[in-house]
Write a protein that binds this ligand. Structure first.
Ligand code: GDP
Length: 296
């Protein structure tokens, strides 16, 4: 992997060759190259700037062991720092030991929330959990149908509004009662997104959160939105409070820079990635794999 990275940074790290230490003087071109790589991967500019400062502080003064190419040493520092920021290891889902685990899905319309609800349902079912999917997206009837279709294909029970005009928080509350009475141990609540961040969506999320007291609030982010992931995460985290994220559509050609922005801005881990439209296309997030993807 480092060979591939080295070739990208080749010119920039020429300045490091023959030096025993990485210093302020010989590092600047290489840092520019890192900056370019991160911006190409759609990491947000503010996050890139912070990262560059961090990595510069870490790299300066690093001894270059004889026989090791200083460029490689520098890339190693960059790569290690990226992995560290993204959490070093995969973060598993929070589970509630005493009562059903409640997972609240948040995000913009089209991000892949309903799909991710089904995917996560299947993932948990395969871990022998008794899973209830909750259709709390009352504005998009198709979302309720979409969830029911997924549910019936994979034998996952779906709870939806019993009465017309129910509010999402009422649906969530009824679903929780139903789950308790019927021994479900994992509940995933699919909520309504909007095309853009708006106050009514946020206050609705807050109300659902209040009644459901979730163990996880997962922000579902389309990796293709690139730099916009930064503002999106900031809004959701400030107004609702998230515990983690799912980054979707990584089967496309996005380089995944959103992962770094989400983590750096919220401090919360990416827990899963979506890698296709099919319900099986969900994978645990691995920081080291994402770091190589971001560096390209
Ligand atoms: P929601 O509005 O957030 O509930 O979004 P949906 O779950 O309806 O997904 C929107 C579109 O994105 C649908 O066409 C999904 O099939 C598609 N989609 C969701 N996740 C992925 C993914 O990981 N990869 C790809 N390629 N498409 C996805």
């Amino acid at each position: 992997m480092f060979d591939e990275l080295s070739s990208r940074f080749e010119d920039a790290v020429k300045g490091l060759r023959g030096e025993a230490k990485i210093s302020e003087n010989n590092i600047n071109d290489a840092l520019k190259e890192v900056k370019r790589a991160l911006l190409d991967a759609d990491v947000s500019l503010s996050v890139v700037k912070e990262f560059i400062t961090d990595v510069k502080d870490k790299a300066i003064g690093e001894e270059v062991v004889r026989g090791v190419n200083p460029g490689q040493k520098f890339i190693e520092v960059v790569n290690k720092e990226l992995i560290k920021i993204m959490g070093n290891e995969n973060s598993p889902l929070n589970e509630n030991e005493n009562s059903p685990t409640v997972i609240l899905m948040a995000g913009l319309q089209g991000a892949g929330k309903t799909t991710a609800t089904g995917k996560l349902g299947l993932y948990l079912k395969e871990k022998d959990k008794k899973v209830l999917l909750v259709a709390a997206d009352i504005y998009r009837p198709a979302a309720v149908e979409q969830l029911k279709t997924l549910g019936s294909q994979y034998e996952l029970e779906v709870f939806s509004a019993k009465e017309k005009n129910s509010k999402p928080e009422e649906i969530a509350k009824e679903a929780l009662n139903f789950a308790n009475e019927n021994d479900f141990n994992s509940i995933i609540i699919d909520t309504a997104g909007r095309l853009q961040i708006d106050d009514s969506m946020m206050s609705e999320m807050v109300r659902i959160k209040e009644v459901s007291n979730p163990d996880e609030v997962l922000l579902v982010v389309d990796s293709m939105i690139g730099q916009e992931a930064a503002d999106l995460t900031k809004s959701f985290h400030e107004k609702v409070g998230i515990t983690g994220a799912i980054l979707t559509k990584l089967d496309g050609d996005s380089r995944g820079g959103a992962a770094l922005s989400i983590r750096k801005i919220s401090g919360k881990p990416i827990k899963f990635i979506g890698v296709g439209e099919k319900i099986e296309a969900l994978q645990p997030f691995h920081p080291e794999r994402m770091a190589s993807r971001i560096l390209g």
